[in-house]
Design a protein around this ligand. Structure first.
Ligand SMILES: Cc1ncc(COP(=O)(O)O)c(C=O)c1O
Length: 294
């Protein structure tokens, strides 16, 4: 299927409070967000016309901007309303929603104290991130490590933090893998390039403590789903030499949902009962068919 570039599509994008025809939503080349990665964003999913955990995403967007030192000139409630309008106008039921806030063009040095903060929201059709889910994806090891919280604003979904994710994902794809496992600066297991990671051993789930990477909304949802099934969830430091001791592995993220992992480099996993149950629970939850916590 031919790729349709994202700047060559029909529809409208919400930009700074109004709807602009899709192809006309431009920023100037001298935009601080482009040169210095002074931008924060959200990736959201709509199922049956409803954005899953919409409020959490809008709140995280505000929080991400605050960590980078700027205030989004729209309240969380205004962002919520704007996203609903974007979705309604698009007519999409299953969609990916991208909200992005960035520093504009008034100042073009490292300092950008006077720059206008912009916000845009777009939605497009979105199917499954990884096809044929229960087969499990193949991951390799990333060369790049998640930085320490003293080095980078890890709790912000900041554009700049994705530089090492794209580099790691490209390297993995070049070798025929779908994703890569990133360690953190200490050498502990951290996450995938755009998703959190979980392991299963003897009926219990183990997942790294999110102290230098995003504590994903899907990660928290998956933990809630596991607990609702009385499955033990242990958040702790996980070291790479433990990988061979786990029987199942899955990753979580808004785009990835809950996706089983079949392989990380030399380690293999067999998506089993627990992973399968959580994949199903998540699918039912996002489609409004599961009314338990999480
Ligand atoms: C690097 C990274 N980690 C984790 C996640 C999972 O976050 P969430 O479940 O909130 O989408 C994402 C996706 O946004 C991500 O890009």
């Amino acid at each position: 299927m031919a790729l349709i570039p994202y700047d060559d599509r029909d529809g409208h994008i919400w930009m700074d409070g109004e709807f602009v025809p899709w192809r006309e939503t431009k920023v100037h080349i001298l935009t601080h967000g482009l040169h210095y990665a002074s931008a924060v964003f959200e990736g959201e999913r709509a199922y049956s016309g409803q954005i899953f955990k919409s409020l959490e995403h809008s709140e995280r967007l505000h929080n991400s901007a605050g960590i980078l030192g700027f205030d989004i000139p729209f309240t969380v409630e205004q962002i919520e309303d704007a996203k609903k309008e974007v979705l309604a106008r698009s007519g999409l039921e299953s969609a990916y929603v991208r909200a992005i806030a960035w520093r504009g063009s008034e100042m073009m040095g490292v300092s950008a104290q006077n720059n206008t903060i912009h916000l845009a929201i777009a939605a497009w059709h979105w199917g499954d991130y990884f096809a044929d889910k229960m087969k499990g994806i193949r991951m390799t090891h990333a060369q790049w490590k998640r930085p320490s919280p003293e080095t980078a604003p890890c709790e912000s979904k900041a554009a700049g933090l994705y530089m090492i994710c794209t580099m790691s994902k490209h390297a993995a794809e070049k070798e025929g893998y779908q994703d890569a496992l990133m360690l953190d600066w200490r050498g502990q297991v951290a996450e995938a390039t755009g998703a959190n990671i979980f392991f299963i051993r003897d009926g219990a789930i183990h997942t790294p403590t999110p102290d230098c990477f995003l504590n994903g909304i899907t990660r928290r949802t998956a933990i809630g789903l596991a607990k609702a099934r009385q499955i033990e969830v242990v958040e702790r430091a996980i070291f790479p030499d433990e990988l061979s001791t786990f029987s199942e592995c899955f990753i979580t993220g808004t785009a990835a949902e809950i996706t089983p992992v079949a392989e990380i480099g030399e380690h293999t996993f067999k998506p089993g009962q627990i992973t399968g149950a959580l994949v199903e629970d998540y699918e039912r939850l996002v489609n409004g068919k599961l009314l338990t916590p999480a």
